[in-house]
Design a protein around this ligand. Structure first.
Ligand SMILES: Nc1ncnc2c1ncn2[C@@H]1O[C@H](COP(=O)(O)OP(=O)(O)OP(=O)(O)O)[C@@H](O)[C@H]1O
Ligand SMILES: [Mg+2]
Length: 291
């Protein structure tokens, strides 16, 4: 089998300028996404995440570089591509004059593939009982959920999610995360853009760090934490009836020996390895924060 067949997304040397000059919002970006993978685009505001996503889904004209989505070259987009992809945007663009349910009914007709039952989707995102209210009367979070539900209606193989949980209350955000995980289990490939490192850490198989339109690094959250983690063990133990808190490096020889000594001699209360968070790693690698 051709190796390329396992790739749902292939992007190489992508550039985009909104001013059509050498002022680039996206600059020499290259990455590939495997079928079934959740790939996170992580970066601060203005990094170029939405710009990249918009080019991939055909909302922005490809200016420079090669982009293939689900086997289609986005330079010459075929309508068939839209049957295979789903997209949920940062800004909800639902029809305010239609109810939530009507929005979904309307949208499903745009596809010529099997679609999901709109009412099932309404329930899935917790809008049951609100389905007949005009979307214009929905709160921001409700609109966001409707947009999210709509992005699933054509059973997309390739799902684009821009900030899927931003602005949602924690309970709903957690449900959205569960839905994303379940779709991944079904083999859906997901491109997720966010500046929320917790979401990225929890959901993504691999993340790309993007700053000023450029990808600085691509790796799995786990590998990054191993590579950039402090490799410290925090220990609490009793010595002569007194609780002592101490930290030991697991890479410095003397500290390792001291750790072994403490463990063998004293009554250990707690012991934790310290992991770097993705945000700390992001700052280390890019010299920038995520907000
Ligand atoms: N329609 C537009 N016209 C002109 N410039 C734009 C437009 N959209 C985005 N930009 C600029 O392009 C750069 C990248 O913006 P983009 O929206 O891709 O960032 P982002 O990573 O999605 O940020 P956020 O986290 O705030 O959503 C920014 O400098 C932004 O000001
Ligand atoms: Mg954005």
């Amino acid at each position: 089998m051709d190796e390329g067949m396992n790739k749902m997304i292939k992007v190489s040397n992508l550039y985009h300028s909104y001013s059509n000059d050498d002022n680039y919002a996206v600059k020499d970006v290259s990455f590939e996404i495997e079928k079934g993978e959740i790939f996170g685009f992580l970066g601060p505001s203005g990094a170029g995440k939405s710009t990249t996503q918009n080019i991939l889904v055909g909302l922005l004209q490809l200016q420079q570089g090669q982009v293939e989505v689900a086997g289609y070259d986005v330079k010459h987009i075929k309508n068939k591509m839209f049957n295979k992809i789903g997209m949920s945007f940062e800004q909800s663009n639902v029809y305010n004059k239609m109810s939530g349910l009507e929005n979904l009914e309307f949208y499903r007709k745009l596809f010529d593939v099997e679609t999901k039952d709109p009412m099932d989707l309404i329930k899935l995102v917790g809008l049951e009982g609100k389905e007949n209210i005009k979307a214009g009367k929905y709160s921001k979070g409700m609109k966001h959920r409707l947009t999210f539900a709509r992005s699933m209606i054509n059973n997309p193989e390739m799902w684009f999610l821009d900030e899927p949980t931003t602005g949602l209350d924690p309970a709903i955000a957690s449900e959205i995360k569960d839905i994303i995980k379940r779709e991944k289990e079904k083999g859906v490939t997901i491109f997720l853009t966010t500046h929320n490192m917790y979401i990225a850490d929890e959901l993504c198989d691999r993340v790309a760090f993007i700053v000023d339109g450029t990808i600085r690094l691509i790796d799995s959250p786990k590998a990054l934490k191993l590579k950039y983690g402090e490799k410290l063990v925090d220990v609490e133990y009793f010595k002569d009836g007194e609780l002592i808190k101490d930290s030991f490096s697991t890479v410095i020889k003397e500290e390792k020996e001291r750790l072994v000594e403490v463990i063998s001699k004293y009554d250990i209360q707690t012991m934790h390895t310290k992991e770097a968070t993705l945000e700390e790693i992001f700052i280390k690698v890019t010299g920038r924060g995520l907000v």
